[in-house]
Design a protein around this ligand. Structure first.
Ligand code: ADP
Ligand code: MG
Length: 269
């Protein structure tokens, strides 16, 4: 392939993506600077909360750790119909994940550029017909892959997940800067594992420091739209594939997700 062909190819790939997802009104990317802060957990809960009233699809972009199907306890397979990929439907949410395509051990050794290429293909070739919200669970960090996927998706909403720990906040700051530099219209911060409520006495235990996320938000001019507690029951059940907002709509955890979803709805109008 010569240089000219390379650029022509790239352009058609971006054109195809635009053609396929351009009409989805709400394209949401979920960033986190640091891994393990609850990006997948929050993506799933937001998706299932939104799906109570809207048509929602999740694209699992974390190819080295495609945890969406795992956390939902589903083993599906992407099928092809009329040359288009059909997402796996689970309780009203459409899901596309590389976990439905290859065995984990094959996926892990994929190199970065190939991973981006695969996501681009999922974005251009999946049938997202009549989807109102497309939510992307991105890989952690602010590297090339995250940049490429975000450029392809052209999201109107970015959610940045952080815990109140210094290491996570530092990484979240970089993610905010990245989202800003990409011109994403609505950028919000979500604090996860804000506190733990003692299951016995109900006392609120501050785990990682209070007020730090709010401070970062103020410094960066970004609103904190939710403070989600660490909920042991929801964590245990998520290991069995259950979704917090579906199983426990009355919990503080779910109320915070509800607030976030209202904000997303507002931003998308
Ligand atoms: N608010 C929470 N309450 C309880 N457990 C949580 C919460 N957020 C995340 N977890 C748990 O923490 C672990 C890491 O979360 P995960 O969503 O996989 O993080 P990431 O996608 O950012 O790597 C998972 O076991 C998840 O169930
Ligand atoms: Mg994850």
């Amino acid at each position: 392939m010569n240089t000219q062909e390379f650029y022509t190819n790239m352009k058609t790939e971006q054109d195809k993506i635009k053609e396929n997802i351009g009409s989805i009104k709400n394209r949401v990317v979920v960033f986190s600077g640091k891994g393990g802060v609850g990006k997948t957990m929050i993506t799933i809960n937001i998706a299932y909360e939104l799906a109570k009233k809207n048509s929602v699809a999740i694209i699992d972009c974390d190819i080295t750790a495609p945890n969406i199907p795992k956390m939902l306890n589903i083993k599906g397979e992407l099928k092809i119909k009329d040359k288009r990929i059909l997402p796996v439907e689970h309780k009203g949410v459409r899901i596309v994940s590389s976990a439905f395509m290859a065995k984990d051990k094959d996926a892990i050794i994929w190199r970065g550029p190939l991973r981006s290429k695969l996501i681009n293909q999922l974005l251009s070739d999946t049938n997202f017909e009549s989807t109102e919200y497309l939510i992307a669970d991105l890989p952690p960090g602010t590297g090339d892959e995250v940049l490429t996927i975000t450029q392809s998706m052209k999201p109107n909403i970015a959610l940045i997940i952080t815990t109140p720990q210094e290491v996570s906040l530092g990484d979240a700051k970089r993610a905010i800067s990245m989202a800003k530099s990409m011109g994403i219209k609505n950028i919000y911060l979500i604090e996860n594992m804000s506190y733990l409520k003692c299951p016995k006495c109900g006392e609120k235990i501050d785990l990682f420091g209070e007020g730090n996320t709010k401070k970062l938000g103020e410094e960066m001019g970004i609103e904190v739209i939710g403070q989600i507690p660490l909920d042991i029951e929801i964590r245990k059940e998520s290991d069995e594939g259950k979704v917090g907002v579906t199983e426990h709509p009355e919990k503080e955890f779910s109320r915070e997700i509800g607030k976030i979803v209202e904000k997303i709805n507002g931003a998308s109008q």
